[in-house]
Design a protein around this ligand. Structure first.
Ligand code: 5GP
Ligand code: MG
Length: 195
């Protein structure tokens, strides 16, 4: 069990409780975005994608591991015929970006002229997505878009456009809803910020 460091209150029909603060290994985290705020952000992204890509046969590319929960909720709200694939990129060690982007699992076929929408959990420095978008373009994909649940404008070091953003957040390390701290915290239904 995650160590709840306050008095829990009810989390509605979820088996998880809301916690105001919690500890993962050596770090303390405080509740930052509730599942309801997250759901609104996901719906905003889903509505924009549905409006833009209906009838265009998009290929959604989910970036594992962090985006699995966002992708699962998003795909239930994007109400258009589409295909979903999974890739695994890794660029982080602990709470700092290593700036080395490794592709541990790749797409097995190019989408060609079909739109690709990369589904990412969070864009921080922007290095991971820049490198991956370039790789997809070099492989012959002409319409490559990015959908991210979270964006840290204060950490972004690049200038490329991000097509779909759920929420902008300050430059703090967060966990929950797919995002981990040293592999833990991904199954938390709410998002917590380091304190
Ligand atoms: P970037 O290359 O944009 O700096 O980092 C992208 C990746 O770093 C994200 O896909 C995510 O996996 C990880 N990352 C960035 N910020 C955070 C954060 O606040 N918390 C966690 N858990 N991962 C983050
Ligand atoms: Mg990620």
């Amino acid at each position: 069990m995650y160590k709840n460091t306050d008095n829990p209150s009810s989390g509605g029909d979820s088996p998880f409780l809301f916690m105001n603060t919690l500890k993962i290994n050596d770090k303390e985290f405080a509740l930052y975005l509730t599942r309801h705020q997250i759901e609104q952000a996901v719906r905003k992204v889903a509505d924009a994608i549905t409006a833009d890509l209906d009838g265009k046969d998009p290929l959604f590319v989910v970036v594992l591991n962090g985006a699995f929960m966002f992708a699962s909720d998003l795909m239930k709200m994007v109400n258009i015929p589409s295909e979903i694939a999974f890739v695994r990129l890794s660029s982080y060690v602990g709470t700092q970006s290593s700036h080395v982007v490794k592709e541990k699992m790749s797409l097995d076929k190019p989408a060609g002229k079909r739109p690709i929408v990369i589904i990412e959990d969070i864009i921080d420095t922007g290095i991971t997505m820049e490198s991956y978008v370039n790789r997809l373009r070099e492989a012959g994909n002409t319409d490559v878009r990015i959908a991210t649940l979270l964006f840290k404008p204060g950490a972004f070091q690049k200038s490329y456009p991000i097509d779909y953003i759920g929420l902008e957040i300050p430059n703090d390390f967060i966990v929950g809803y797919g995002l981990d701290y040293d592999d833990y915290g991904r199954n938390l239904p709410d998002i917590y910020k380091i304190v």
